[in-house]
Ligand binder design. Structure first.
Ligand code: PMP
Length: 285
């Protein structure tokens, strides 16, 4: 099915949605993006995603050429043009077309691209039975090199870790930070459960502040399950009762094995199941 793409103010068929080879998003990964979900024709947590997009852009001194209101309208308009009740949105803002030098000042105007399509990151069985991951030797970007809070178009750090997962024959890799602490997976945040408490790395561990992560933290609080943002190491993971990952693409997926070690009982645990149920209830409301 032909998808309709928003490209700098116009809705165009996806075959015609092309970017210039001198766009610095293409040449240097100079730009920012968001991945959002559509549930029952409605964009999930649109405001939160747009706030993060504008914060990422602000960090790299990229002036998005649309106001927050105009961007909200553009997203909703693109969703409506695609008639996809449940789907995924990729919102990209590139530095725009410049010359072959690095200097962003050669780029006259940032480009805004909104793609609507379906997504399925992992097989259905893994959501029911749990997924296996490995720890990557590639560490997550240092906060002072490229802060992982910037959702930038430069994902090579994550891709290098993903390649390690693929080589190990599993779908995802755990990334540590420069101190050997747990940061996140290549496109998902991580949660552990120990002694009935939900634990997740603090933002200062060098992670993306996931919108799904925020939703799960809120849900845990509502369900009166203790939740803590804290420093975690692989010791905590190996000794955890349960583990799961969160992301707009992945939604919530239990992890039952890491580095060939069984986590907890080797099956999705009761607290993970409770949070997964609450999450899907919320999004399908
Ligand atoms: N960490 C990374 C590195 C990501 O790219 C993502 C988004 N796929 C996440 C975490 C999860 O963030 P969100 O829940 O906002 O999709």
């Amino acid at each position: 099915m032909s998808r309709i793409v928003y490209l700098d103010g116009n809705l165009v068929p996806h075959e015609k949605a092309t970017v210039h080879v001198y766009d610095h998003g293409f040449l240097y990964g100079d730009g920012v993006f968001e991945g959002l979900r559509i549930y029952s024709n409605k964009v999930f947590k649109l405001k939160e995603h747009l706030d993060r997009l504008y914060e990422s852009a602000n960090h790299i001194c990229l002036q998005i050429p649309l106001s927050l209101e105009a961007m909200t309208e553009a997203v909703n308009k693109t969703v409506a043009a695609n008639t996809l009740a449940d789907g995924y949105i990729r919102l990209v803002v590139t530095r725009g077309v410049g010359n072959l030098g690095l200097d962003p000042r050669s780029c006259a105007k940032p480009s805004v691209i909104i793609i609507v399509d379906s997504i399925s990151l992992y097989p259905k069985e893994m959501y029911e039975q749990g997924m296996e991951i490995v720890t990557a030797s590639t560490i997550r970007n240092h906060l002072n090199a490229l802060n992982p809070r910037i959702k930038s178009l430069n994902y090579l750090n994550n891709i290098l870790a993903k390649l390690e997962a693929i080589r190990a024959g599993v779908p995802e890799a755990l990334m540590l930070n420069q101190n050997g602490e747990i940061a996140e997976c290549t496109a998902d945040n991580i949660f552990l459960i120990k002694h009935g408490r939900v634990l997740t790395p603090h933002i200062n561990a060098g992670i993306l502040e996931g919108i799904t992560r925020g939703t799960v933290i809120e849900l845990a609080k509502k369900l009166a399950i203790p939740v803590e943002e804290t420093t975690l190491t692989r010791h905590d993971l190996y000794a955890a009762e349960e583990c799961f990952l969160t992301g707009s693409g992945a939604e919530i997926i239990p992890v039952t094995k890491c580095d060939n070690r069984v986590i907890g009982g080797g099956k999705p645990g009761p607290i993970s199941k409770k949070l997964i149920e609450a999450f899907f209830k919320l999004v399908r409301q």
